[in-house]
Design a protein around this ligand. Structure first.
Ligand SMILES: NC(=O)c1ccc[n+]([C@@H]2O[C@H](COP(=O)([O-])OP(=O)(O)OC[C@H]3O[C@@H](n4cnc5c(N)ncnc54)[C@H](O)[C@@H]3O)[C@@H](O)[C@H]2O)c1
Length: 330
């Protein structure tokens, strides 16, 4: 397809990125994925995420590390052309590890982004979508959080790299004419969810009959957002042209308590949870809650998958995945 649109997706072997790639390929896009298969979680999971992509004629995988400026400069020649849009999802994700590896997070999330922005500017790429995070709000006292809140108070190194990323993006939009859209994702769940995230981590432990570690008093709440809704928001942002710089909350606008989340897991998995109560973790947010009025107004973003439906799909996927993993080990 000669006139197909072309996208560079960083982190396209990961949870959200691989779902985005599924949809883009189905819709006729040419897709180049950059991913370094960061060891934060098992490479085999990411290889599984992209197995079908590798068979697609419009798909190209570059195993490249964004921390390496020279490798980033070489992306366009290696991909055989330029891109209509970059969606930057590659990052060291996860709050807890950032407490022990803050420099690693700076390198991948801030230096990596800087290298990619330099590349976008040099190549004259016009549209840049950035996977930011609800964690930029941190201690911000007004809930639900809105993009109009300017007292952003990140509580951990991961969150501060995402806020730095939004600010770097503003520089490139204001001074270098790149359209930059920062998307603050609120805890994303569903099929292929990262294994370090609570729902997935708890589910595996519960299915093995192990205790699940719950930090604090169980009163924390999250605005869980199904991956399909996040991908719809990313797709709308790839086409957004009404202004040069925006940040948007992509959330579900509904919070769910940790104990209710565990009850829902018991329900969809058909096993009881055995809780191992632990001290509250430093850097953890107690509550996340998105005001999504702006994304609804400017992106047409409307979350379509409720928690019960998303969790039921997650449970089916996890049980299938465990069978595959069992077969791989056997
Ligand atoms: N999943 C969530 O709940 C959530 C919430 C808020 C923000 N986000 C952000 O969304 C994005 C995608 O998250 P995800 O959950 O799919 O994570 P993920 O870890 O599954 O995907 C990220 C991918 O980036 C790759 N990567 C990491 N460092 C890299 C580097 N230096 N060079 C090239 N590739 C590199 C990893 O190998 C991985 O495949 C991340 O930026 C994350 O911070 C996710």
């Amino acid at each position: 397809m000669a006139n197909a649109k072309s996208a560079l997706i960083t982190g396209g072997a990961g949870f959200i990125g691989s779902h985005l790639v599924d949809g883009l390929l189905a819709d006729g896009w040419r897709v180049c994925v950059v991913d370094n298969f960061d060891p934060y979680y098992a490479e085999a999971i990411k290889r599984r995420n992209i197995a079908a992509h590798l068979r697609h004629a419009n798909y190209r995988l570059l195993e490249c590390d964004l921390r390496d400026a020279a490798a980033v400069e070489a992306i366009a020649p290696a991909a055989g052309g330029d891109f209509d849009v970059i969606v930057h999802l590659a990052a060291k994700a996860g709050v807890r590890n950032s407490l022990t590896d803050p420099l690693g997070y700076q390198m991948s999330n801030v230096i990596g982004l800087q290298n990619l922005l330099t590349f976008a500017h040099r190549r004259g790429i016009k549209q840049f979508v950035f996977g930011s995070s609800s964690s930029v709000y941190g201690d911000c006292p007004r809930l639900p959080w809105s993009e109009a809140d300017l007292d952003l108070l990140p509580m951990n190194p991961y969150a501060s790299t995402k806020l730095a990323g939004e600010q770097l993006g503003y520089v490139y939009s204001r001074t270098f004419g790149l359209r930059f859209i920062g998307l603050r994702f609120f805890t994303v769940y569903g099929e292929r969810q990262r294994p370090d995230l609570a729902i997935h981590k708890f589910a595996r432990l519960m299915l093995k009959g192990h205790k699940i570690p719950v930090y604090g008093d169980g009163s924390s709440e999250r605005d869980f957002t199904y991956w399909g809704d996040i991908v719809a928001g990313i797709r709308a942002s790839m086409e957004y042209q009404a202004s040069a710089y925006e940040v948007f909350n992509l959330g579900n606008h509904r919070t769910i308590g940790l104990l209710d989340t565990i009850r829902k897991l018991e329900d969809v998995l058909g096993v009881k949870a055995d809780i191992d109560w632990q001290d509250w973790q430093p850097g953890e947010m107690r509550r996340t809650w998105a005001n999504i009025d702006k994304a609804q107004r400017l992106l047409g973003f409307t979350p379509a998958t409720d928690f019960d439906t998303g969790m039921a799909r997650f449970a089916v996927w996890l049980k299938d995945t465990l069978k595959l993993e069992g077969a791989a080990v056997a």
